[in-house]
Design a protein around this ligand. Structure first.
Ligand code: GLU
Length: 297
């Protein structure tokens, strides 16, 4: 796939933070990158609040996100979409996947899954990823076993039968602006949760539906989400949604080489602002951080 002409198209892009902590320098980089992408192409910059995880998100953090972005000089389209108000759209998508028989109820608890994985992997040279892959316990439950569990009130999540779904979709590809064309693979993915027991949706489902609903043409985010894009591309195909391009940027790190996380104070935008760092210095600090990281590796 050739992508050399992407700079001439109007880009609709977004910044999609979760208000579960304070924004840090890494977020500023992602947001400013997206903002410039939109500006340069005379396109649109969208801010979306990803607050499906109601237990971890709060209004104070959301307020601070607006303040931080305003301070950076970023302007976004109004009204701002909040995922907590989009349950109906996620439910419709789930119904669609159920109709296609590509999802199933999973009654397992986290502990049962860990137990099952450690029972099934006994070789000393284990594939690290296998620790995280759902072993498929509930995939093969019979109709009566399933019915019994539901009747007894066992809570359940919905999982995507990944291999079946991929077979249904056929060969599919996606394009990363830095790494080029990628083929969606089923290895090391497993049957991911598509709707959690507690919130009735998942990051994967919500982000896919909303990026499509908002007409995002370039999904800009950190490279920690690179692998998740295989899942999102598959969901787009299954749900008949348009395919955007992606730009996964390298992650900013702290002085110990660890990726910046929301809980650490030193790099939050708020903290930097209080220390007297100006908004014009933020971009330079981010670029400097990336250059230092790549010099170390
Ligand atoms: N809401 C996610 C976060 O705050 C970002 C998701 C995305 O950009 O796709 O980490």
């Amino acid at each position: 796939m050739n992508n050399n002409n992407h700079s001439s198209k109007k880009v609709v892009t977004r910044f999609a933070p979760s208000p579960s902590g304070r924004l840090h320098l890494g977020h500023a980089y992602t947001a400013l990158f997206a903002w410039q992408l939109a500006k340069r192409s005379n396109g649109k910059f969208i801010l979306r609040i990803e607050d499906i995880d109601i237990g971890r998100c709060n209004a104070q953090f959301e307020k601070e996100i607006f303040e931080d972005l305003e301070w950076l000089g970023i302007e976004w389209e109004e009204p701002v979409m909040r995922q907590s108000e989009r349950a109906h759209a996620y439910k419709d998508a789930l119904d669609n996947l159920l109709e296609k028989q590509l999802i199933y109820q999973c009654f397992c608890t986290r502990m049962e899954i860990t137990q099952e994985i450690s029972n099934s992997i006994s070789a000393p040279h284990k594939n690290h990823n296998q620790y995280k892959i759902y072993p498929g316990t509930c995939r093969n439950l019979s109709i009566s076993q399933r019915r019994r569990k539901i009747l007894s009130g066992s809570p359940f999540a919905w999982r995507l039968n990944f291999k079946k779904a991929l077979k249904h979709a056929g060969d599919i590809y996606w394009f990363d602006r830095l790494k080029g064309s990628q083929k969606v693979q089923s290895e090391n993915v497993g049957d991911i949760v598509i709707a959690r027991k507690d919130i009735g949706t998942s990051y994967h489902l919500a982000v896919t539906i909303d990026d499509a609903a908002q007409g995002i043409s370039v999904i800009n985010r950190g490279e920690d989400l690179f692998d998740a894009t295989h899942i999102h591309r598959l969901l787009q195909k299954l749900l008949g949604l348009k395919t955007p391009e992606w730009h996964h940027s390298p992650l900013l790190k702290d002085e110990f080489g660890k990726r910046l996380a929301k809980r650490e104070g030193a790099h939050t935008l708020r903290e930097l602002r209080l220390k007297g760092v100006t908004k014009n210095e933020i971009w330079r600090l981010a670029i400097q951080n990336l250059a230092t990281n790549s010099a170390k590796t």
